[in-house]
Design a protein around this ligand. Structure first.
Ligand code: 13P
Length: 261
């Protein structure tokens, strides 16, 4: 296993209102406490919808929970006449650390382009937020170009032109594996992660590439997580559906119990 601290990230997508969010975070923290989860060894982060962030932040702070707060998106703008947008500055005020940027659902349903995603990464760097940059190919792209070509092109675009590159995380999420029950094999995920790391080392530096965590996402469950994390190349998982189920998500956080390294 590498020295990078594994990150287990739960992307709730558009699920749970703020009261349901409080209940889930309380139950999750009890479940992880019951199994003596070592948060220094495996970081656990939750990404609730915007309307839940303040409630979850208050709970985390009041009960001193070792969970890390993330947001699902941010505006590329700082402030002003952008109805419906949420600034990185506002997220920082809520003690948010991570922000998902460029999720395939936003690329698909909100027509986010590589340029938008590059600007959102810049907004994260500006406001001291850590972007979780999502990349991944569709089934058609997989068949035509292989697994790594599109993710590498998307990551290169997201990292282009920044004056300074701060900490970031990459999530390789093949579009064909999201919410479908179809998973990439652990070899496929490891191979793409390796190529993404190589491309970071060429575009940014070897130091940054060896420090950057690369996650896999797409139909991750407690029963398949160990395979992905058995590889040196994969440093965590971005979990959708299974992050809403306490037992499943706790099982995923405890992946080391199933992996023999
Ligand atoms: P599922 O785990 O539901 O496939 O979702 C993956 C995802 O999109 C996480 O961001």
């Amino acid at each position: 296993m590498s020295e990078r601290k594994p990150l287990i990230a739960g992307n709730w997508k558009m699920n749970l209102d703020h009261q349901q969010a409080i209940a889930l975070v309380q139950k999750l923290s009890w479940a992880l406490k019951d199994v003596s989860h070592d948060f220094d060894k495996v970081e656990v982060s939750v990404f609730p919808p915007y309307t839940d962030l303040r409630s979850v932040q208050t709970l985390i702070e009041a009960d001193k929970l070792p969970l890390v707060l993330g947001a699902q998106d941010l505006s590329k703008f700082d402030s002003g006449a952008y109805t419906g947008e949420v600034s990185g500055a506002f997220l920082k005020k809520l003690a948010v650390k991570y922000v998902i940027v460029g999720h395939s659902e936003r690329r698909q349903h909100h027509n986010e382009t590589d340029e938008d995603i590059q600007a959102k990464v810049a907004a994260c760097f500006k406001h001291n937020l850590v972007p979780v940059i999502c990349v991944g190919e569709t089934l058609e792209e997989l068949e035509e170009q292989g697994a790594a070509a599109v993710p590498i092109r998307q990551l290169t675009a997201a990292l282009a032109g920044h004056k300074e590159v701060n900490e970031f995380v990459v999530a390789y999420e093949p579009v064909w594996a999201i919410g479908t029950g179809k998973v990439a094999t652990s070899e496929q995920a490891a191979e793409v992660a390796k190529k993404l790391r190589q491309s970071i080392s060429e575009q940014v530096s070897i130091e940054v590439s060896s420090a950057t965590r690369i996650l896999y996402g797409g139909s991750v469950k407690s029963s398949n997580v160990a395979g992905f994390l058995a590889s040196e190349e994969v440093d965590g998982v971005l979990v959708g559906g299974a992050s809403l189920d306490i037992d499943e998500f706790t099982g995923i956080c405890r992946f080391q119990k199933h992996v023999t390294l």
